[in-house]
Design a protein. Structure first.
Lengths: 291, 403
């Protein structure tokens, strides 16, 4: 591109920008604390959407799905070459930081009150807070692993200066019969359909302790909801009118049986595996709490 | 026109699939002779010296935790599923283990990968022991819950040194000897040719999972190394096959690709018969079905080839981030970062990202200003000094003006 064309483009960019405010991000260096007994072994390394795969290979694709905008990481070493690595992923919104956190949240681990929530397993501590997803890894820390990782995480959490509140949509799931720590957020291709986006899910148990998933999809507006429902009916070959009031049972060729209900711009439903008795009052409770 | 071809392919695929599902008794006698687990509409190739026969389309399970997608792929005839400890921090392994626990063990081929510190960046730990690798492998096996995996990979070596790193290679040989992995391999996204050749040299690895698409500037070298690997009995699996069209794989930011672009990229990778299979990571049933349908018509059309040529040209704007320029610059400037910034500004018109990328270097004076002749020889032939001086001007624009 010639310098002349570049200058014209810059003028256009600046003109547009005069009416907007650029996003301010904190100074990266200020997010990485000192760790007693360890020294920083390199400069802060940064990755962007175009090169994240160089760091985490195929795993990068899931982060990109959650609107990943940048990773800054710092490694620390002690005198015996044992290491602690702090990775701070910027996912732009708390929904996304929770989303990727939920995808990596182990089923068996210790849950801690750091950030909004943290998970700890030997060698790994992850938490989310505001737009950030933070992963701290220890290598060869032995008996002090938990102590080092939790104290480091608390320091990072303080430096982030972000709210420690979960996504608001999670509050819509009733507590009764809900399985702890199984909520997820899927930003696109929910249930394997490209027209279902921005779905929050939670796991519930029926009276026989069998589990099923409840989901809430928030569409931009009623027209978008109707379009999604129309596409779904076509894809899953469903004849009934899902836009009518009430809870509808549908037979989806891929998912099996589903319960679906709509209200305003929301789709509420439950994956309904065989032999599970879903308490429909939970779905009704969700629907009645939606505006 | 292309849409029509895709639709025809899909209809043909669905028609054949329905015939397949109807049962072997309804099939012509010539098809009956095929092994029961082979689909008549699928194309199969053998994975090097492992002898495993696979459909040329497999499933990479890095983008979804939806077991219904895995089920749909399995029911459609996909046999090989690829995961890693790194995907969902082990959740992908757990989900696949749960799905496959009651399936006949010979009805699927499962590959997983173990990530070890320093392997991707070549910062190898001098205190590393084989047991470190085995401990990580054991964690993965616990999540998977099967007695063995079919292919165990060392995740992401990018050099000969990391590919042949003795402690981990020893550990993998041991795991194979114990029967907990039938075969061992490496997966590689960077310096693929060097890594493949190191895998051949090891005489231990059975499989190489290789990032492979037409937009890599050194694609001819990668092809050559793949051919050498195949000749030596290494099973070659392609990955990142559509990364060139969706971005992220050759230095460009992610973008939404059309179905035609994706089909063209898949066909291109499968044109190379040394590539046994590829592992696209579907997120929707539509993508699953359209990728499988490609097996019904592998020949690339002129329009698809032309589409890929255009994408390859566009990719020419992007720095490959090979870092071969870094030691050549007498002032030690990190040229790949300048080139990335340039790509953001000129390729994607994203001035804010361009500026953030520049700022990440904490630059003072640009060293090029004092260099009369640039000695850097870029592998892509970029005029490095010109591009650096061009993009450096962005530092003079107040950040508040950039969106």
């Amino acid at each position: 591109m010639s310098i002349k064309r570049f200058s014209v483009m810059m003028f256009a960019v600046i003109s547009i920008a005069l009416t907007c405010t650029a996003e301010k991000t904190p100074d990266v260096k200020s997010l990485f604390p000192d760790i007693e007994g360890f020294t920083r072994s390199n400069d802060i390394v940064s990755y962007r959407p175009d090169n994240l795969f160089e760091y985490i290979n195929g795993a990068a694709e899931l982060y990109l799905m959650y609107d990943f905008s940048g990773l800054n990481l710092q490694q620390y070493k002690d005198k015996d070459e044992n290491t602690i690595t702090i990775e701070i992923y910027d996912q732009k919104t708390v929904n996304n930081s929770f989303g990727i956190y939920s995808q990596e949240r182990p089923y068996e681990c210790e849950y801690l009150d750091i950030g909004v929530q943290a998970t700890y397993m030997e060698g790994y501590l992850n938490f989310y807070q505001g737009r950030y997803y933070v992963k701290i890894a220890g290598y060869n820390l032995g008996a002090k692993d938990r102590e080092y990782l939790t104290s480091t995480a608390k320091k990072v959490s303080g430096l982030l200066r972000e709210e420690t509140t979960p996504p608001a949509m999670l509050m819509l799931f009733p507590e009764k019969a809900k399985v702890a720590n199984r909520e997820e957020y899927i930003p696109k291709d929910f249930l394997g359909y490209s027209f279902f986006e921005k779905a929050f899910t939670a796991e519930y148990q029926d009276t026989g302790a069998k589990s099923y998933k409840l989901f809430i999809i928030e569409t931009p507006d009623r027209a978008a909801l109707e379009k999604s429902i129309e596409e779904y009916k076509k894809a899953a070959n469903i004849k009934i009118d899902l836009l009518k009031d009430g809870i509808h049972e549908v037979d989806d060729q891929y998912q099996g049986k589903l319960l679906i209900s709509v209200k305003g711009k929301y789709i509420v439903g439950a994956l309904n595996p065989e032999n599970v008795k879903i308490d429909q009052s939970i779905i009704i409770q969700v629907i009645s709490s939606l505006k | 026109m292309q849409e029509n071809t895709m639709d025809k392919n899909r209809r043909r695929f669905l028609k054949i699939s329905i015939a397949g599902l109807a049962g072997a008794s309804l099939l012509p006698s010539c098809i009956k002779k095929m092994p029961v687990d082979e689909k008549p509409n699928f194309v199969y190739r053998t994975l090097g010296k492992t002898g495993i026969k696979l459909p040329i389309v497999s499933m990479g399970v890095m983008n979804t935790m939806n077991p219904k997608l895995v089920e749909a792929a399995y029911n459609a005839g996909i046999k090989h599923f690829d995961t890693a400890a790194l995907y969902g921090q082990g959740k992908s392994e757990g989900m696949l283990g749960e799905f496959f626990k009651d399936k006949p063990r010979d009805s699927f081929v499962l590959g997983t990968k173990v990530s070890m510190p320093g392997i991707m960046f070549g910062t190898l730990n001098k205190n590393a022991k084989p047991q470190d690798f085995i401990n990580e492998f054991d964690k993965g096996m616990k999540r998977i819950g099967l007695d063995y995996v079919d292919i165990l990979y060392l995740h992401g070596p990018g050099s000969r040194e990391t590919t042949l790193f003795e402690p981990y290679l020893e550990a993998m040989k041991q795991v194979k000897k114990e029967g907990r992995a039938r075969f061992i391999g490496i997966s590689t996204h960077q310096n693929q040719a060097e890594v493949i050749r190191a895998a051949i040299e090891s005489k231990a690895y059975d499989v190489a999972l290789v990032a492979y698409n037409s937009t890599y500037p050194n694609v001819d070298e990668i092809k050559k190394a793949i051919a050498e690997g195949a000749k030596a009995g290494l099973g070659i699996i392609g990955m990142k096959t559509v990364a060139g069209v969706v971005g992220g794989g050759f230095g460009g930011p992610p973008k939404k690709a059309s179905e035609q672009e994706i089909t063209a990229a898949i066909k291109w990778s499968l044109e190379n018969e040394n590539v046994t299979t590829i592992i696209p990571g579907w997120q929707t049933f539509d993508h699953l079905n359209s990728t499988i349908a490609v097996m019904g018509d592998l020949k690339m059309t002129l329009a698809e080839r032309s589409l890929l040529n255009n994408i390859n040209k566009q990719a020419g704007l992007f720095c490959y981030q090979c870092e071969k320029c870094v030691p050549q610059c007498p002032a030690g400037q990190h040229i790949p970062t300048f080139m990335r910034s340039y790509m953001y500004a000129h390729g994607y018109k994203n001035m804010q990202m361009a500026r953030i990328t520049l700022d990440s270097m904490n630059l003072g004076k640009i060293a090029c200003e004092d260099c009369d002749t640039c000695k850097v020889k870029c592998v892509k032939g970029f005029n490095v000094k010109e591009k650096i001086m061009d993009i450096a001007r962005l530092r003079d624009v107040p950040t508040d003006f950039l969106v």
